[in-house]
Write a protein that binds this ligand. Sequence first.
Ligand code: F6P
Length: 368
Amino acid sequence: MSDSSKPKVRRIAINTGGGDAPGLNAVIRAATLAALNEGWEVFGIRRGYMGILEGEVDGEEGLFPLTAQAVRGITHLGGTILGTTTRGNPFGLEVRQPDGTWGTVDRSDEIVQRFRECEIDALIAIGGDGSLSIAHALHQKGLPVIGVPKTIDNDLSATDVTFGFQSAVEVATDAIGRLHSTAEAHQRVMVVQLMGRHTGWIALESGLAGGADVILIPEIPYDIAKIADKVRERDLQRRRFSIVVVAEGARPRDGEASYADETGRYGGIADRIAAQLHEATEKETRSMVLGHIQRGGEPIAYDRSLALRFGAAAVRCIREGQLGTMVALQGNYIRAVPLGDAIRDIKRVPADSELVMTARQLGISFGD
Ligand code: F6P
C-alpha cells in the first residue's frame, strides 16, 4: 500500500471482552508500546464496551490514556488491567424493564457514534468467538477494528493457537498429576472436569501430558459402559486406580451434555460420570471441577511471547490499513485474516487427528 493510501491514524483504543485468559495484559502492553512508537495516542476502555458507552465504570474513567507508565511491568500478570465482562454485548445489553423483568436493548449505533466523538481511528478488540463476532458486527457498522484471538479453549479456527491456552494446559496437567498420587493411594477413580464448552483441546492436551486413562471430549460422544470396561481392565492389570479427564461440554452417545443452569452454561458432568462409574464398577469414585483456576494466574512464557507478538502485529495491521482483520498464528507466522472468516467456524478436535491417534496408541480410552 502506498503511503498516501494508508489511513491517517492519531488515536487508537484497546478493549478486552469475554472471559479472561492469561496473556491479556501482555497484548495490551505490546499494542500500547508499539502504538506509542508510531506516535499515536492510546486509550484503554474499561469492561469491554461499557467504558466508552457509560463514560464512567465503577467510579473510574471509562476511557483512559494508556501510557508507557500505565503498561509497565504487566506482561507476566494474569487478568486484564482493563477489566472485562461476559454480559457486555452492545447488540443485546441486558436492561431492567419498568415491570421489573429483564429485557435487552441494542446500543451498537451509540457505540459507533461514541468512537467517532472520541476521534478514535481504530479499536484493537481482544476476545474469543463471542467478542470477535461483536467486533466484526461493529466493523460492519463502520467502526475500524482489528481482532486479537484470546481464549483458553483454543477453539478459533483461523489461528493455530490462541494465547492463554498453553497456560491453561499447564495448570490442568499439574492438577491431573496431583490427582494421581491420591487416586493410587486410595485405589479410587478420580474424575476431573476441565473447561471446554464446545471443544476438547484442554482435556486432550492435558490428559495426554498428565497421563489420564480416559479422556472425554465433546467431539467424541462416550458410552459409560466403555469407560467402566477401561477401569475394570486396569484393575485386572493391578492398576487399581483410574484418572478420567472430562471436558465440561462432553456428552454421552445417547444423551445430552450436562448444563449448570438454563443459560446454557455447562456443569455437572464430572459428578454424573463419577456416580455412574461407582454404580458400574463398585469402586470408590471422586469428582472435582478445576474451573476458573485454569484461567487464573500468570501466563507461561509461550503465552507471554505469543500475546506480545499479537499485540505488536495488531498495530502493524492498523498502520498498513488492514482493518476488519484478526491477527492469527499460522505455522510460525503472524498473519492478518478477515474477521468474517475468523469467526465463521469453531475449531473442533478432529476425531481422527494425530493427537487423538497418539492417545489411543498409548491405550487411553475416549469412551467410544
Ligand atoms: O470460553 C472460555 C471458558 O473458559 C469456557 O471454557 C467456559 O465454559 C467459560 O469460559 C466459563 O465462563 P464464565 O467465566 O462465564 O463462567
